[in-house]
Design a protein around this ligand. Structure first.
Ligand code: SF4
Length: 443
């Protein structure tokens, strides 16, 4: 996750006081579901790694507790549907895993699905998570949150609830394949907001819904939503099948410009609005470019801050456990299983760098190739999202084809190893590559 608002608040403060602020409010970086203001995370991990007597925290865990969903969204990475799935972790198994996660110093659990509210024991799991001191988030489509459910969610004391909204009414209902889904999700936002629950909107942009972004940002402000999470489309599940419709680079840049301007406006006015992005760590250098153009005096300090953030953290500071107990580097890697919590504790799986992908993701720096290898922003971006490279080329260490920078912007010179991969629409095809296909039960 990339926290635009956090960095722009620092710039706003520097503009006001003439002094660039010290690092504050350490936050988790990673992907979408960890969309909350957190008391720990990568900053804490970075501190802990070098500090005597302080143990490094475990990763933020995004936990898909159930695959069943009442919707069948076009970009769903879990390819969920409204029926039971065999072999999901029982409540007792979930509790056993939670004990291990706690001992491994995991700070945050994001309870997700499918639709997590369809799991009959979701509130028991959430209660235990709260009691154990995990920062507990809920990631939901919101359509099941009526007044009684809003009361339960509020009473549970979730630290954060993220609700997906992929456009205005017509667009969203089409995306979600359910008439009335928009009204129900927006009603959920109202109901939770009335009850004092911290709520965020989650928007995954494609060419099919990019036109609704300005209106959604307006909606965020009028509804006084705490956070706007902008997710770049990644290549997993239905997102993979639909990647031929991925927004073009210019549309992505336009969207980022809009988000940055909104976040800057909020930072200057002291508004309590949070703008974050996910699934494209090139957003870090993109923000740096924006600041360099407007406030060049603060750019070196921001650059330092962004290098400390370090870009993509899949397999390092963000982890995923699926409904069957399989562990993945993040939610977009469901076709690659690192291990099974029924066979080995999560802590053992996560620490095991004999697994090649895990070793590569944990390498510092990652051994990326192509444009990423020659990029001047690599120390900020970290080579971006490896699953996109793997899905397009079969090589998880190839350049990220989702990078929207030009060769000139990344400092690639003629004759360097910077030839951009071409993206081909694959709608209608099953997959481009077949790595670990025998394990791929979700695509
Ligand atoms: S070329 Fe690679 S490392 Fe550089 S900004 Fe793009 S994705 Fe990041």
């Amino acid at each position: 996750m990339f926290r635009i608002s956090q960095y722009l608040r620092e710039i706003a403060q520097a503009e006001k006081t003439g002094v660039y602020p010290s690092p504050i409010g350490r936050h988790v970086s990673g992907q979408g579901a960890a969309e909350s203001a957190l008391p720990g995370g990568r900053g804490l991990a970075a501190q802990g790694a070098g500090a005597v007597g302080i143990q490094k925290p475990g990763p933020v865990v995004i936990w898909n507790l159930i695959r069943r969903c009442n919707l069948t969204c076009k970009h769903c990475y879990a390819l969920s549907a409204d029926h039971e799935y065999e072999g999901e972790l029982s409540r007792e198994e979930v509790f056993t895993v939670m004990d291990d996660l706690k001992a491994y110093r995991v700070p945050v659990l994001i309870l997700s699905g499918g639709e997590p509210l369809l799991r009959p024991d979701i509130f028991e799991i959430a209660q235990r998570s709260r009691d154990m001191g995990f920062y507990t988030g809920l990631s939901t489509n919101g359509t099941l949150i009526d007044e009684p459910m809003a009361d339960r969610v509020a009473a549970m004391g979730f630290n954060y609830v993220g609700i997906s909204l992929d456009g205005l009414r017509e667009t969203h209902d089409k995306f979600r394949r359910l008439e009335g889904a928009f009204d129900r999700s927006l009603a959920a936002v109202h109901l939770l907001h009335e009850r004092g629950v911290k709520v965020g909107l989650r928007f995954t942009m494609t060419a099919m819904n990019a036109h609704d972004l300005p209106a959604l940002l307006d909606l965020m402000r009028t509804e006084q939503v705490d956070k706007f999470y902008f997710s770049h489309l990644n290549y997993a599940g239905r997102g993979n099948i639909h990647r031929g419709k991925d927004a073009q680079f210019q549309a992505t840049r336009d969207a980022l410009d809009m988000l940055i301007e909104r976040a800057w406006d909020a930072a200057q006015r002291g508004l309590d609005e949070e703008y974050v992005t996910g699934n494209n760590d090139a957003d870090g250098p993109y923000l740096l470019n924006w600041v360099e153009a407007r406030f060049p005096q603060w750019a070196p300090m921001l650059r330092e801050r962004l290098v400390a953030w370090g870009g993509n953290s899949s397999g390092v500071n963000v982890a995923n456990i699926d409904n069957l107990g399989h562990v993945h580097p993040d939610t977009m890697w469901w076709h690659h299983k690192l291990g099974d919590v029924r066979e080995r504790p999560f802590s053992a799986i996560w620490s095991d760098t004999s697994e090649p992908l895990m070793a590569g993701l944990k390498a510092k720096p990652r051994a990326v190739k192509g444009r990423c290898a020659v990029c001047k922003h690599f120390d900020i971006c970290g080579g971006n999202t490896r699953v996109r490279a793997q899905q397009l080329t079969g090589d998880a260490w190839a350049e990220d084809p989702g990078c929207y920078f030009t060769d000139e912007e990344i400092g690639a010179t003629a004759g360097s190893d910077a030839t951009r991969l071409t993206m081909e629409p694959v709608s209608g095809k099953r997959r481009v590559v077949a790595i670990h296909l025998e394990e791929n039960t979700h695509v």
